[in-house]
Design a protein around this ligand. Structure first.
Ligand code: SF4
Ligand code: SF4
Length: 386
């Protein structure tokens, strides 16, 4: 019996969004919304595509613009239509349209929510848009009142990186999980580099967050650092950016077009097929977009040859790789310098804790660093016990 290969389908009910964040490409909130017929077609396609466990992430644009009736029907169709395989859901939203009715639907399916906040009100609203913070926090309260789990992604830009201390303290003091997202050049933006965080600054930021995390290990969860430490500890990349995503991640746009990932949705040249045609894995892979995604693996194997982090970094994200060159695949993810920096830092500290001057405790477990401060092992223990 072949082993299961879990995969990920990002569902984009609309590319529209009521916010107008400075560094985002989402379109007008009146942009078309996915029809329930398209959800039925998607379920039909997935029924023939692979029988592996699948995680659906509703993303956008702003996915809550589709409204509670859409989710009531779509979630039931997916769950019933793909039974008995293992299915999980997630949703990424700015929470502005989180009403009690919507929250009740999402709570019924126990859907974890990812949202976005870039730090304290003024800083957040400067980057995202006036009034954003209050609207998101209002939605957050509704979600929490319905027992939904909400974690925030914090986008660091070339502007906000200078306020990293203030931002970290905001998440710490408010008991919020922090997931960092570096602002990237976008293929859809007219001024792609304006907010983008340069790789060296991104590397500095990651090391800063690692240190602050270790100082406050019991008071906050920094998801990226957990993920990076897990990569080093297991020798395997398992999360987006640090994994070959091209065989196991797809996105379905509002009209049922299939793309390699949500970041390509709406770009004709990255369309791989349509859910209506029920494409096979081979057909998606053979599309021009599928071939380009696979070409990234070949580039990574050549360009990253000899890198000690290759097994779990895998050259970073293919979208990041093509964004600065207007869609052409010329090399690996330009954030390589940042990845190297943080992976070096984590693996060197980890090796030092395991085999270095601290030595091993009697039980063959690594002793705590002699400084008395938490080390990488504390993060690993936190991950293992989580
Ligand atoms: S293209 Fe990049 S963002 Fe999209 S799934 Fe792959 S690694 Fe993640
Ligand atoms: S750190 Fe850089 S060289 Fe190493 S695998 Fe990642 S992208 Fe490639």
């Amino acid at each position: 019996m072949s082993s299961k290969r879990p995969f990920h389908v990002m569902v984009i009910p609309t590319l529209g969004c009521p916010s107008s964040c400075s560094y985002c490409w989402s379109s007008d909130e009146r942009s078309p919304i996915m029809k329930i017929e398209t959800v039925k077609e998607m379920v039909g396609w997935l029924g023939t595509f692979r029988d592996d466990p699948v995680t659906f992430t509703f993303h956008g644009g702003e996915p809550l613009l589709a409204g509670p009736d859409f989710y009531r029907e779509a979630l039931a169709l997916i769950t019933e239509g793909l039974r008995p395989r293992k299915i999980a859901f997630a949703l990424q939203t700015n929470l502005w349209r989180m009403t009690p009715e919507m929250a009740a639907v999402l709570a019924e399916f126990k859907i974890p929510i990812g949202s976005s906040l870039d730090g304290p009100r003024d800083l957040n609203d400067h980057q995202r848009s006036a009034g954003y913070f209050d609207k998101t926090m209002a939605g957050y309260r509704v979600a929490k009142d319905h027992g939904l789990s909400v974690q925030f992604i914090c986008t660091f830009t070339s502007y906000s990186a200078a306020f990293r201390e203030e931002i970290f303290d905001f998440f710490l003091e408010n008991g919020l999980t922090l997931k960092l997202h570096p602002a990237l050049p976008s293929l859809k933006s007219a001024d792609p580099d304006r907010w983008a965080l340069p790789p060296e600054e991104y590397g500095d930021l990651l090391v800063y967050l690692l240190d602050r995390y270790l100082e406050n290990i019991d008071g906050i969860e920094v998801r990226n650092i957990n993920d990076l430490a897990r990569c080093v500890f297991t020798g395997r990349g398992t999360v987006c950016t640090y994994v070959d995503c091209m065989e196991d991640t797809f996105a379905v746009g509002p009209d049922g077009t299939i793309y390699p990932c949500y970041r390509f949705v709406g770009m004709e040249e990255w369309a791989m097929g349509s859910v209506r045609d029920r494409p096979t894995e081979e057909e998606l892979a053979a599309s021009p977009a599928g071939r380009k995604m696979r070409a990234f693996k070949t580039i990574v194997d050549a360009d990253c040859k000899g890198c000690r982090h290759l097994r779990y970094c895998r050259g970073g994200c293919p979208y990041n790789a093509i964004a600065p060159s207007g869609g052409e695949l010329l090399g690996v993810d330009p954030h390589c310098a940042a990845y190297k920096r943080i992976f070096d830092e984590i693996s060197d500290r980890f090796n030092k804790e395991l085999f270095g001057s601290m030595g091993m405790g009697r039980s063959c477990r690594p002793a705590a660093p002699s400084t008395g401060k938490a080390g990488i092992m504390a993060i690993i223990q936190k991950i293992l016990s989580g």
